[in-house]
Design a protein around this ligand. Structure first.
Ligand code: NAD
Length: 359
């Protein structure tokens, strides 16, 4: 723990980053934390209002592709630990506009690696302490599974979307900096996250918001695509474990052991809301809002993670089941309707109409 003194978190105003910053400040007493975030559509300062006055926290609005800014921050803040979340993260947007994914996910990661290499030196040690560069990635780099099998850290990369291929590229760059320059890197590949502060373009918050308001619930294809869901706070505890105890140069898969078909996820949310939220007009069950829409092109059928390595080597396990986590999540969205109202502004509405109109 004493290794971690001055953390640079990138993309900390997004969904997972905000959850991570909250957990890090609550559990690492002596650290300082700088959040570098460009505040794209996905970055929201309101995700961090409760900690923005913490004297250990500093927010910098900026782009991870801006080499001089990144190098300046490394020097000024004597950064010894990087936790790199910043990315374009939405598969659908990567299909309609891949350029931003190449820039942020590939060139942005390269810029951060270069700053670390230059500042920390070839042997990966700063004058201050041991350093760590933790790159947060996805299980989507492994491609798509059939009905059986699990992704392990040895599964060959086979990304299928512009999003996953840009993340795969960044993972390879991170490994290359370890092998070539001895940079003290760690990579985590995690399954689908859900929980508080997720932008409502992603399945779970989109369905919660629409179901709450009696709107159509768009489900891609036959609804039988399988994802392995992990409660976001459990992802963040895993990242902290890897940061403190992970072996340099290694990759750790993180997953919840919670495989669900999309349609099951949607039905579960409908039932929880029927039980906990105001009923729809005429007591209409929310499941009746489910509408199957034209599938996403190249939609991966199934992802599932074998998290055996992080469990055996580092002793990490998820703390909640899907059933518990989804209840907590629905409760959070019910109690934070102001947050949703503010994020669903004109730009979001335009995006939503473009994605789902005519499907
Ligand atoms: P998000 O889209 O909610 O947040 C991304 C954040 O990065 C935003 O705050 C955005 O403003 C910032 N950002 C984007 N481009 C930037 C740039 N050029 N410079 C600085 N900041 C920039 O994403 P998320 O869901 O929180 O995901 C975070 C990371 O975790 C990503 O790297 C993603 O690939 C990875 N991941 C996500 C999931 C998931 O289910 N959401 C699963 C596994 C891995």
């Amino acid at each position: 723990e004493e290794l971690i003194k001055n953390i640079l978190v990138t993309g900390g105003s997004g969904f997972i980053g905000a959850n991570f910053i909250r957990l890090a400040l609550a559990t690492l007493d002596s650290c300082r934390l700088v959040n570098l975030d460009k505040l794209t559509y996905a970055g929201n300062p309101q995700n961090l209002t409760d900690i923005s006055d913490d004297p250990r926290y500093r927010f910098v609005q900026g782009d991870i592709c801006d080499a001089s800014l990144v190098e300046q921050l490394f020097a000024e803040e004597q950064i010894d630990t990087v936790v790199h979340f910043a990315a374009e993260s939405h598969v659908d947007r990567s299909i309609t506009g891949p350029a931003a994914f190449i820039e942020t996910n590939i060139l942005g990661t390269f810029t951060l690696l270069e700053a670390a290499r230059k500042t920390w030196g070839f042997d990966g040690r700063s004058p201050l302490a041991d350093c760590r560069f933790l790159h947060v990635s996805t299980d989507e780099v492994y491609g798509s599974l059939g009905d059986t099998g699990l992704f392990t850290e040895e599964t060959p990369y086979d990304p299928r979307s512009p999003y996953s291929s840009s993340k795969a590229s960044s993972d390879h760059l991170v490994s290359a900096y370890h092998h070539t320059y001895g940079l003290p890197t760690l990579i985590t590949n995690c399954s689908n996250n859900y929980g508080p502060y997720q932008f409502p373009e992603k399945l779970i918050p989109l369905i919660i918001n629409n179901a709450l308001n009696g709107k159509v619930l768009p489900v891609y294809g036959d609804g039988k695509n399988v994802r392995d869901w992990l409660y976001v706070v459990d992802h963040c505890t895993a990242i902290l474990k890897v940061l403190k105890k992970g072996h340099l140069g290694e990759t750790y898969n993180i997953g919840g052991n919670n495989e669900k078909q999309n349609i099951e996820v949607v039905q579960t949310i409908c039932d929880i809301l029927d039980d906990q939220a105001a009923p729809l007009p005429e007591g209409k069950p929310r499941r009746s809002l489910i509408t199957f829409v034209k599938d996403r092109p190249g939609h991966d059928r199934r992802y599932a993670i074998d998290a055996g390595k992080i469990t055996k080597e580092l002793g990490w396990e998820p703390s909640v089941t899907f059933e518990e986590g989804i209840r907590k999540t629905v409760k959070w969205y019910l109690e934070n309707s102001d947050w949703i109202t503010k994020v669903i502004d004109g730009t979001y509405q335009e995006y939503y109409d473009r994605m789902y109109a005519g499907r």
